[in-house]
Design a binder for this molecule. Structure first.
Ligand code: FMN
Length: 210
């Protein structure tokens, strides 16, 4: 069965972006092994505004009572959530900017993590709505930060994506891109993504991280 893949790009480096190139090569590997439909959302091109008070308020108004402005603000979030609902696999690229994820990625997360829409509290516990969606995170850095207290990218994504029900399948790192290790590191990431693509396609996307 054809699988739907949503790729979220967040690098400011356009066609020179390492994280975007890794994501594209991963998707190409998946496409070479089975039927896939791919949608790319480039947050550096279609930039989202910061979540503000007006949007937050609009989301809380019942649909039949929203004014035109509130409807526009709600439609933006609904469209982004609909892309997640369409997808079987979410590929998130996350370069490290100032020890955190790009602010464009935070703006996207703030639009799709929405109370009573993508999560709700049941018996005091948060339950995410995106239960049939898996994610692969591809993170790139100039230096080396994996498993250190200054990595605020992976711990954040590993918390917020499952919060709305998205199951993390894998996190792929390309570190040291500003150092002489750049080539090795990128090659290693490419090879990990190629293996992951094969495992995912062989398992009909029922891949579960070891
Ligand atoms: C504004 C900015 C801030 C950055 N901050 C960091 C940082 O805090 N730590 C780090 O290791 N690399 C940092 N870098 C380097 C990027 O992480 C690296 O160039 C990027 O991950 C490469 O991915 P890309 O080609 O997909 O953009 C920064 C780069 C930019 C443009």
């Amino acid at each position: 069965m054809t699988k739907n893949i949503l790729v979220v790009h967040s690098s400011l480096n356009g066609w020179r972006s390492v994280s975007s190139a890794l994501a594209r090569s991963f998707v190409d590997q998946l496409a070479a092994q089975g039927a896939v439909r791919v949608k790319h959302r480039d947050l550096a091109v279609d930039m989202l505004p910061h979540l503000d008070a007006a949007a937050m308020a609009a989301w809380q108004v019942d649909s039949e009572q929203r004014d035109a402005e509130q409807q526009i603000l709600t439609d933006r979030s609904d469209r982004l959530i609909a892309e997640l609902e369409w997808a079987d696999l979410l590929v998130v690229t996350a370069p490290m900017y100032n020890f955190a994820a790009p602010s464009t990625l935070k703006a996207w997360v703030d639009q799709v993590v929405r109370a009573r829409r993508t999560f709700r509290y049941v018996d005091g516990r948060a339950v995410g709505a995106m239960q049939s969606l898996q994610s692969v995170v591809i993170t790139t850095r100039g230096g080396f930060h994996r498993d250190t207290p200054h990595d605020n990218v992976v711990p954040w994504l590993s918390t917020v994506l499952p919060f709305i029900g998205i199951e993390p399948a894998a996190t792929i790192y390309a570190e040291g891109l500003a150092t002489e290790k750049a080539g090795d590191s990128t090659q290693q990431a490419e090879s990990e993504l190629a293996d992951l693509a094969t495992q995912m396609m062989n398992g009909g996307f029922e891949y579960v991280a070891a």
